[in-house]
Design a protein around this ligand. Structure first.
Ligand code: C2E
Ligand code: MG
Ligand code: MG
Length: 461
């Protein structure tokens, strides 16, 4: 479907032929820009919103359906980051060409922005036809590209909404296709998903959490518990991990695994993470004054926080304000964090190490971390992921992996700690294989700050 741009006739006799021609051209160009995307030449969102109502009305009259396919390229940022924005633009143009070839004259194809495209399929009978079209698009986009001598490939995820069953107005259909797209992304990408009403419920839940998170610090709904870390040789508490808790006024205690990903997506994690850091450092300092000395506190750091160039300054300010020694702070980073931003991560880690802060790698073995990362980033501590620890004694495979991880940590002169140890058998295995420390319900659940201090002081007597 093409945009009609009105050309104005030249009635003015005083206007010179050339000037009028230039004016007409610039008017045409302006009209074009209102409804088109400059990079790909495809129509844009404004065009879709203007034409969709008549498309829907036509479908209604003929007892047909319309499907909105909301397409997003998977990991497009990687192409921009590795090959530069000019190559990224070439890929977007090529994707637009391929999508154009898939579209029929009764369809509307637009570029919504960045790496997002929408196709409205007109005159279809059922969802199955939309699924066939989505699968064709998915395959066509996945074919190899040649860009500046490189061959590269990208995949796409697609969310689908249907008129009239999912919505009857353009905005709702777009929103629902977008929700279905999120679902496709969460399901491993390079796939398509239809909108379902429960996606609306999930989005509502996410919105409730997001709104709640914005006020949680000011309303004092957060608090921290501290889980003891125990030396396996001596049985004594040698440190703690700060674990964030959120008491929501209506939902009650919301688990961190539920709200941290939401806070990461909406960016609130940066503020929340700083609050945790400040609280935990202030608490560690206060314990020292109570006679609980020499025990470092570990704080979990999200990849989103870590990607901020200013993160080392935040840590520095918190240490200065609370008066805690850098050596008494340990930051727990995850494997995915190391892989997330290859440009920023090494320099941030370097600055933190120079300040004397200890770095630990959390949930080790659950991600995609190569062993060379351990060497390159010089962690002082490695935390074995719970999946291995909890399977100890039940699977010779997990026994072997745990023993091997302990071995690697020792060779690299890193301290090794096992998390989530719950049974005598697990603790026995870990001690026998030379694991330094353990954390888990076997020794203690996470405790309030006061109870933690009491536990530590009681072991001194
Ligand atoms: P994590 O850092 O791996 O923390 C260990 C989790 O295991 C904690 O769950 C802890 O309560 C739980 N746990 C400890 N011992 C046992 C055990 O013996 N058995 C079992 N079944 N579980 C045990 P929690 O507190 O629910 O935290 C979950 C995750 O949320 C943490 O995993 C961490 O990734 C994240 N998290 C918690 N606090 C923060 C925070 O302040 N900032 C960030 N970015 N993430 C946090
Ligand atoms: Mg942790
Ligand atoms: Mg962990």
């Amino acid at each position: 479907m093409q945009v009609r741009s009105e050309t104005r006739r030249n009635h003015g006799s005083s206007c010179g032929q050339n000037t009028c021609e230039a004016l007409r051209k610039s008017k045409e160009r302006a009209d074009f820009l209102v409804y088109h995307d400059v990079l790909t030449g495809l129509p844009n969102r404004a065009f879709l919103l203007e034409h969709l109502p008549s498309m829907l009305a036509g479908a209604d009259r003929h007892n047909e359906k319309v499907a909105l396919l909301f397409l997003n390229l998977d990991h497009f940022k990687n192409i921009n980051d590795s090959l530069g924005h000019a190559s990224g633009d070439v890929v977007l143009k090529k994707v637009a060409e391929r999508l154009k070839k898939c579209s029929r004259k009764q369809d509307v194809l637009i570029r919504l922005g960045a790496d997002e495209f929408v196709t409205a399929l007109g005159g279809i009978r059922d969802g199955a036809e939309a699924a066939v079209a989505a699968e064709r698009i998915r395959k066509v986009v996945a074919e190899e590209f040649r860009v500046e001598g490189y061959s590269l490939s990208t995949t796409c995820s697609i969310g689908i909404s249907l008129f009239p069953e999912h919505g009857t107005d353009p905005e709702s259909l777009l929103k629902e296709a977008d929700l279905a797209l999120c679902c496709a992304k969460e399901n491993g990408r390079s796939c398509w998903r239809f909108f379902t009403p429960d996606l609306n419920a999930k989005a509502l839940e996410r919105m409730t959490l997001e709104n709640g998170l914005r006020h949680a610090i000011a309303s004092e709904q957060f608090f921290i518990e501290y889980q003891p870390q125990v030396n396996l040789a001596t049985g004594r508490i040698v440190g703690s991990e700060a674990l964030l808790r959120w008491r929501h006024p209506e939902l009650g205690l919301v688990p961190p695994n539920t709200f941290i990903p939401v806070a990461e997506k909406c960016g609130e994690i940066v503020r929340i993470g700083e609050w945790v850091l400040r609280e935990a450092c202030a608490q560690a300092r206060q314990w020292q004054e109570q006679g609980v000395a020499g025990l470092p506190v570990a704080v979990n750091v999200s990849a989103v926080q870590f990607r901020q160039q200013s993160f080392p300054d935040t840590v520095k300010n918190v240490l200065r304000d609370t008066g805690l020694d850098a050596g008494m702070l340990e930051l727990e980073l995850t494997e995915s964090l190391l892989l997330a931003d290859a440009d920023v991560v090494p320099s941030v880690m370097q600055r933190l190490r120079e300040m004397g802060v200890n770095l630990a790698i959390d949930d080790f073995g659950s991600g995609y971390c190569g062993l060379n990362y351990l060497r390159q980033f010089q962690f002082c501590k490695l935390k074995i992921d719970r999946v291995f620890v909890q399977a100890l004694g039940q699977s010779s495979y997990d026994d072997a992996i745990t023993a091997a991880i302990i071995g690697v940590a020792r060779i690299l002169k890193m301290k090794v700690i096992a998390e989530c140890a719950e049974t005598e058998g697990q603790v026995h295995f870990l001690r026998e294989h030379g694991c330094d420390e353990v954390q888990g319900y076997y020794f203690s659940k996470p405790l309030s700050a006061d109870n933690f201090a009491e536990r530590v002081l009681s072991q001194c007597n």
